[in-house]
Design a protein around this ligand. Structure first.
Ligand code: NI
Length: 166
């Protein structure tokens, strides 16, 4: 396993549409393992393959107790609404307010090509929506109704620091 470089906003790869995975081979397994290691090292919640420069429909999401691998994911159902802060490893040191469904059910393949369904609420649902949009060349910044100002960002960092210290 190895970590890969995360590309950032302004890199044209981030606005391209990723192709479906058709070969469930060693190359895919290496990509997924590398993405997991990259996600953990970057201390993120989710990572999509285009963020490491690979235009394939692959996403990894940290569920807390494990990292789920989603190959060719599709949203089957969504409902409710949540409103909150969102960030992205490809948009460092910025956050924005984004409305998302509160519940998302999706289907995806695993690294062997087997289909499964998975559902999540709140942060997981938000993360699924965010990561799947990367596969279609979109960043949350296009969807945010407010991007935090430098002052708001610094307040947020201070707040998080205080919570960590408490
Ligand atoms: Ni992102």
């Amino acid at each position: 396993m190895a970590t890969r470089n995360i590309i950032t906003e302004g890199n044209p790869t981030l606005s391209k549409i990723s192709r479906p995975v058709t070969s469930f081979d060693d190359r895919l397994a290496i990509l997924i393992d590398d993405m997991k290691e990259t996600l953990v090292q970057a201390n993120g919640i989710g990572l999509a393959a285009p963020q490491v420069g690979v235009l394939r429909r692959v996403v990894v999401v940290d569920l807390g107790d494990e990292i789920i691998e989603l190959v060719n994911p599709k949203i089957l159902e969504q409902s409710g609404e949540q409103d909150g802060l969102e960030g992205c490893l490809s948009v460092p040191e910025r956050f924005g307010m984004v409305k998302r469904p509160n519940f998302v059910k999706l289907e995806a393949q695993d690294r062997h090509g087997d289909w499964f369904e998975y559902e999540g609420e709140e942060l997981i649902a938000r993360c699924f929506c965010h990561e799947l949009e990367h596969l279609d060349g979109h960043l949350y910044t296009e969807r945010a109704y407010h991007m935090l100002t430098q002052e708001e960002y610094e307040d947020l960092v201070r707040q998080q620091q205080e919570e960590d210290d408490a």
